[in-house]
Design a protein around this ligand. Structure first.
Ligand code: OAD
Length: 235
C-alpha cells in the first residue's frame, strides 16, 4: 500500500455508542438550556455559576463512559499509517477525551476539551478534572473569576484552524465521521478538501447536511463502520 495521508473529522456520533448524547438528537446535549445561556461568552458573563455547573456535569459524566470500537479503530489507524510512512490527522469537534483514552496520540480538539480550563485574563490553560466554580483562580496569573471551561463557544474561533487547513491541503483523503455537518467551519472541510481535488468519504448514521459533497457515503453506526473501514485501509 502507498503511504497515505488522511485527515479525519469526528463529531458527536463517534461517541454516541459510548453513551454521550449527540447535540441534535431529540433531548440532545444542551439539556433544556438555551445554547445562548451555556455556550456563548455572553452567557458566561451573565451567569458564570450556571455555565460552570453545566460543564461540571459534562466533565463528571466523562468518568462514567468508555471509548467504543470506533475510537479504538482510529487509534489503530494512527499507529498503522505511521508504520507505513503515512500520517493521520485526527480532528474532533468533540469535547470529550475518548479518542485519547482509546489510544490516539495526537488529537486536534477544534472545539476545546472538557478536561482543560482557560484563563480569560492571561490565556493560560491547565488540566482540570474536578468541578469548577467562579471562585477558581488561574494557576499562572492567580486572577480569580475569569477561569472558564476551555470550550470554543458560539461566536468564537475554533482552535488550530491553520494546522487543519495545512493538513487538508497535504492529504490524500478526507473522512468525516459522525457529524451532522451543521456547524461551520468544520462543516466546510469537505468542500475545501474537494476544491483541492482530495478524495472524500463520509461515515455516519444518516446522511449529513453536506452529504452530496462526498465521493462516497457509508451509513451505519460508527462502532461497526469505522473498524471495518480501518481494516480496509490498513490491509
Ligand atoms: P450533531 O449532534 O449535530 O450530529 C451528530 C451526528 O452523528 C448526526 O448526523 C447523527 O446522525 C450521527 N450519529 C448518531 N449516532 C451515531 C452513531 N452511533 N454512529 C455514527 N453516527 C451517528 O453533532 P456534531 O455534528 O458533532 O459545537 O455537532 C457539531 C457541533 O455542534 C458540536 O461540536 C457542538 C455543537 O454545537 C460546539 O459546541 C461549538
Amino acid at each position: 500500500m502507498k503511504s497515505q495521508k488522511i485527515v479525519i473529522l469526528t463529531g458527536a456520533g463517534v461517541s454516541a455508542e459510548s453513551g454521550i448524547d449527540t447535540f441534535r438528537a431529540a433531548g440532545g446535549l444542551w439539556e433544556n438550556h438555551r445554547v445562548e445561556d451555556v455556550a456563548t461568552p455572553e452567557g458566561f458573563a451573565k451567569d458564570p455559576e450556571l455555565v460552570h455547573r453545566f460543564y461540571n456535569l459534562r466533565r463528571a459524566a466523562l468518568k462514567t463512559v468508555k471509548p467504543n470500537p470506533a475510537h479504538y479503530a482510529l487509534a489503530k489507524l494512527e499507529a498503522g499509517l505511521m508504520e507505513q510512512g503515512g500520517q493521520l490527522t485526527l480532528v474532533t469537534q468533540n469535547v470529550d477525551d475518548l479518542h485519547e483514552r482509546g489510544g490516539a496520540k495526537e488529537v486536534i480538539h477544534m472545539h476545546g476539551i472538557l478536561t482543560s480550563m482557560l484563563c480569560g485574563t492571561c490565556e493560560h490553560r491547565w488540566e482540570h478534572l474536578e468541578d469548577a466554580s467562579p471562585n477558581l483562580s488561574c494557576r499562572k496569573c492567580y486572577v480569580t473569576g475569569t477561569s472558564r471551561p476551555d470550550i470554543v463557544w458560539f461566536g468564537e474561533m475554533p482552535y488550530a484552524m491553520h494546522v487543519i487547513e495545512e493538513r487538508l491541503a497535504a492529504c490524500d483523503l478526507f473522512v468525516s465521521i459522525g457529524t451532522s455537518g451543521a456547524v461551520y467551519p468544520a462543516a466546510g472541510f469537505v468542500q475545501l478538501a474537494r476544491s483541492m481535488g482530495k478524495a472524500t468519504l463520509e461515515l455516519n448514521l444518516e446522511r449529513s447536511q453536506g452529504s452530496n459533497f462526498f465521493d462516497e457515503t457509508r451509513l451505519g453506526p460508527a462502532g461497526t463502520l469505522v473498524p471495518q473501514w480501518v481494516d480496509e485501509v490498513l490491509s
